[in-house]
Design a protein around this ligand. Structure first.
Ligand code: SAM
Ligand code: SF4
Length: 451
């Protein structure tokens, strides 16, 4: 994606990692396995315990009622109860294998994330059975955050209560839009009445943090409707709101249709999508919310944090489980195999970890990864990188920062040596942050396929 792009073309994507996934290889799998097989500092050397990065657990639940026409995630629809049971069994067995790894010894999970797909697609019975089996191998009693992604139409009052009882602290609800016509056009399985019905149960359960996802630029979006979306979201008063700008990676239903028929983009232009997010940020701020990243506003930053995002963006370890999940352990990136049969048979028949590709980033690549991910929060603390990587990021990327400052996207600190010197994105910069990141990639990764 370029900062100059206007039309939402097929092939755009979010940057969520570095180096690009296309560079990870099966040849590097032994590196990931050996990282997992290495004792963490707390056991081998107690003095290193304090230096260990936080550890998170990600579990991928790849089922959905319907495939949304804009979605690029690895999801399966029309899956029967028997197939779900097989998947849940494989996931639990994968967790038991992971739990036996030396890297796990003596370490607590700081955060847990059930993502998808749609974790809330699981029935109450399937959920309870999954959690019972998981708890035989791992515990997240000490975790500061347990996130669970939900699609409104999959919830019931009892399911919401069970989620609370199972320790979910952060429930994230994929509302996306309040217009039934737009929801239907984009292939969502739910309508707005299901949002309101679910909201009563969610409010009653009193989760510490409820997040609502919206998308700026769904097909059929208008200014008038967008303003209503923001008003209706404010009326629900969630702890946080995440607003994505619609991307069209190659594997969405819309992208495939556009390529086949050589038709014009059905999605609003980037300047329009940015205007919609700018408007939303302004209205939320007028109502007491604060901007916490390029995609998120929070009602009370002193009470509501987002441990998964903040730790991941500061280089934490993440044990990723489930089909096609990606994680990072002991300095190595890895991703599980994305094929259904292969994922199941590697675990259930061969009883081994289903890692499909991996990559050991250099120190410079870890620095770039953290820098581009943290830039999505809107600021970089220069001292943080000096301490952690012994690099002055202002000096190292001087020409890139100066060019972005001249474009009006960043504000550079007056005294770059000060402890609190921050590089700050302007609102214009924040709204297009994904387009600013490639400039920091090493030259050989600038024009390669991303995934
Ligand atoms: C895994 S889904 C959330 C849970 C559930 N599957 C749902 O959709 O309600 C994560 C979020 O990604 C966002 N998303 C999916 N495809 C997108 C796209 N092409 N562009 C921007 N955001 C997208 C949606 O806001 C969605 O809520
Ligand atoms: S956006 Fe959510 S519900 Fe829709 S297909 Fe993707 S993961 Fe499933």
């Amino acid at each position: 994606m370029s900062t100059e792009a206007t039309k939402t073309e097929v092939g755009s994507y979010f940057i969520s990692n570095y180096p690009p996934y296309s560079q990870w290889t099966p040849e590097a799998i032994p590196e990931a396995l050996s990282a997992l097989a290495t004792l963490p500092g707390s056991v081998s050397n107690p003095e290193q315990a304090a230096e260990l990065p936080p550890l998170g657990l990600y579990l991928h639940i790849p089922f959905c009622r319907k495939r949304c026409k804009f979605c690029y995630f690895k999801v399966f629809t029309n899956v029967n109860a028997e197939a779900i049971e097989r998947y849940v069994s494989a996931l639990c067995q994968e967790i038991s294998l992971v739990a036996q790894q030396p890297l796990m010894q003596d370490r607590q999970f700081r955060f847990v994330y059930f993502g998808g797909g749609t974790p809330s697609f699981l029935s109450v019975k399937q959920l309870q059975s999954l959690m019972d089996r998981l708890h035989r191998h791992v515990s997240w009693n000490g975790a500061e955050e347990v996130t669970f992604e939900c699609e409104p139409g999959t919830l019931s009052e009892s399911k919401v209560q069970i989620l609370k009882e199972l320790g979910v602290t952060r429930l994230s609800l994929g509302v996306e839009n309040f217009s039934d016509a737009i929801l239907e056009e984009n292939g969502r399985a739910h309508l707005s009445k299901e949002v309101y019905r679910a909201w009563e149960w969610i409010s009653k359960a009193e989760f510490a943090n409820v997040n609502i996802d919206l998308i700026s630029g769904m097909v059929g979006e208008t200014w008038e409707n967008w303003k209503q979306n923001i008003q209706k979201t404010l009326e629900l008063s969630p702890e946080s709101v995440t607003i994505y700008q619609m991307e069209l990676p190659f594997n969405t239903v819309y992208s495939k249709g556009m390529l086949e028929s050589q038709s014009e983009s059905a999605v609003a232009t980037w300047p329009t999508k940015r205007d919609w997010v700018r408007y939303a940020f302004d209205v939320f701020q007028d109502n007491g919310y604060s901007i916490s990243s390029a995609y998120t506003v929070v009602k009370d930053p002193t009470k509501v944090s987002f441990s998964y995002r903040d730790n991941l963006w500061r280089g934490s370890d993440l044990l990723a489980t489930g089909i096609a999940s990606f994680g990072h352990v002991g300095g190595v990136h890895y991703q599980n195999v994305p094929e259904w049969d292969r994922y199941l048979s590697i675990i259930l028949d061969e009883n081994r970890l289903p890692i499909g590709r991996a990559y050991r980033p250099t120190v410079q690549q870890r620095l770039i990864r953290e820098m581009i991910l943290q830039l999505k929060k809107g600021y970089l603390n220069v001292e943080y990188f000096r301490r952690k990587f012994q690099v002055d990021i202002l000096e190292h990327w001087q020409s890139e920062w100066n060019a972005y400052a001249a474009d009006g996207y960043v504000q550079l600190p007056a005294d770059s040596k000060a402890q609190d010197a921050d590089i700050r994105l302007t609102t214009d910069g924040l709204l297009r942050v994904d387009g600013l990141l490639q400039a920091f990639f090493e030259p050989e990764f600038r024009n390669v396929r991303y995934t």
